[in-house]
Design a protein around this ligand. Structure first.
Ligand code: PLP
Length: 433
């Protein structure tokens, strides 16, 4: 029980440097947040030592008295945070991440090679919603299932519910997935339910990005219409890195959803739950159950709106011209500046953002935009007046990037970012253009 700094100063040093980066920089990545000290303490606790395959009161290991109590508490808080009736909804709190939660949900709902429809990745969807390219099926959700992506309108950049319904009539999916990683607007779950019902399909919402806002009642309620709702716990929900799967207990279509979901998580997709993480989830959910949570969620949205308005006022183009949630999708193509370049330049400036595909990009690997989110800055108590300053910083970063590009025919900017992007190219085939 000697402290980390004594046992492993090298790792301690890396943690110290990352702590400094997080405390001194501006965190604008839409999928990140700054979790509380209490959550981190629970997440870093002694509970990491315990194996507990199975479910409360039905484990494959002894010594789980307190782990059972913890998992039951976590489930209770998860239902409470989303205002769900325990007679109608259940939740599995064991998924290690959003991706494993989604794959377990697919395993529970459909059979291998069954058909699913999700929002295409270039239009804001997530890899786990059936993404593949013309060259390759690189995600488990496209390898093990047949997937047909739906999209957003070329001009409005909004989900095209009518063409989705027409495509579904041809494709006849067994599952429709809604939810996204980069869609700044809210969802019409009722329309999607009607389309799913035409085909006897399941409707699943992946609210990984927006769950903190949904819990606060600030966005439309997917639970009213969906069979299954998945989420990560570390984005707007401000917990540790993990996933949750909510399932309808009163589904007429599949009255056995509870068993299907639980069996899909363990043993189909996972082994022993990470009990330290479940403790962290429970603590963060306690915070999401407090009256102050609504104020946080409202502020996240108000900050995102302010960010959008300020960027538009500077003459920049945003996908859908604004936002309903925590994120803003900034189309840099009119500036002839790529997302990779601005991301790397901002890294040098202590502003953390990420490149992102915008509608109409030739390739998801050379994204023409930037995704920004306000959850983390709002966790640092920033309000609209602070966000105006942040928007001004971003404006100056763009001006600097354009200046460097103009002065040196793009070479200087390329040199600026080469080291990092060469590394990236090797890793994920992303090109710096
Ligand atoms: N679903 C959505 C909509 C996401 O945006 C993400 C991650 O960004 C995931 C699932 C996957 O979550 P994780 O990275 O925890 O596997």
């Amino acid at each position: 029980y000697q402290p980390l700094a004594q046992i492993d100063p090298e790792v301690q040093n890396i943690i110290d440097k990352e702590t400094w980066r997080q405390f001194t920089g501006l965190e604008l990545i839409a999928s990140e947040n700054l979790t509380s000290l209490a959550t981190m303490q629970a997440n870093g606790s002694i509970l990491t030592n315990k194996y507990s395959e199975g479910l409360p009161n039905a484990r494959y290991y002894g010594g789980n008295e307190w782990i059972d109590e913890l998992e039951i508490l976590c489930r209770k808080r998860a239902l409470q945070a989303f205002n769900l009736d325990p007679a109608k909804w259940g939740v599995n709190v064991q998924p290690y991440s959003g991706s494993t939660a989604n794959f377990a949900a697919l395993t529970a709902l459909i059979q291998p090679q069954d058909r699913l429809m999700g929002l295409g990745l270039p239009d804001g969807g997530h890899l786990t919603h059936g993404y593949y390219t013309a060259k390759k099926k690189m995600t488990a959700s496209s390898i093990y299932f047949q997937s047909f992506p739906y999209g957003i309108h070329g001009e409005s950049n909004l989900i095209e519910y009518d063409s989705l319904a027409s495509q579904a009539r041809l494709f006849k999916p067994k599952l429709i997935i809604c939810g996204a990683s980069a869609y700044p607007r809210d969802w019409d779950y009722g329309k999607l339910r009607a389309t799913a019902d035409e085909h006897g399909a399941f409707l699943m919402a992946d609210i990984a990005h927006t769950s903190g806002l949904v819990a606060a009642g600030e966005l439309n309620d997917p639970f009213e219409f969906c069979d299954v709702v998945t989420t990560t716990t570390h984005k707007t929900l401000r917990g540790p890195r993990a996933g949750l799967i909510f399932f309808r207990k009163d589904s007429k279509q599949a009255p056995d959803l509870e068993k299907r979901v639980n069996d899909a998580v363990f043993p189909a997709c996972q082994g022993g739950p990470h009990n330290n993480t479940i403790a962290g989830i429970a603590t963060s959910l306690l915070q999401a159950c407090q009256p102050t949570w609504k104020a946080y969620a409202k502020q996240v949205i108000a900050n995102a709106r302010t960010l959008a308005e300020e960027l538009v006022a500077h003459g920049y183009k945003l996908q859908t011209n604004g936002t309903d949630n925590h994120l803003v999708l900034w189309d840099l193509r009119p500036l002839k500046l790529t997302g990779s370049k601005l991301e790397k330049l901002c890294d040098f400036l202590g502003i953390t953002i990420n490149k992102n595909a915008v509608s109409g990009d030739a390739s998801a690997q050379t994204p023409g935009g930037i995704r920004l989110g306000t959850s983390a800055l709002t966790s640092r108590d920033m309000v609209e007046s602070d966000i105006k300053v942040v928007a001004e910083f971003l404006h100056r970063a763009v001006q600097l990037a354009l200046l460097i590009q103009k002065e040196s025919g793009s070479k200087l900017l390329k040199d600026f970012v080469t080291a990092a992007s060469v590394e990236q190219e090797g890793k994920e085939g992303a090109k710096l253009v």
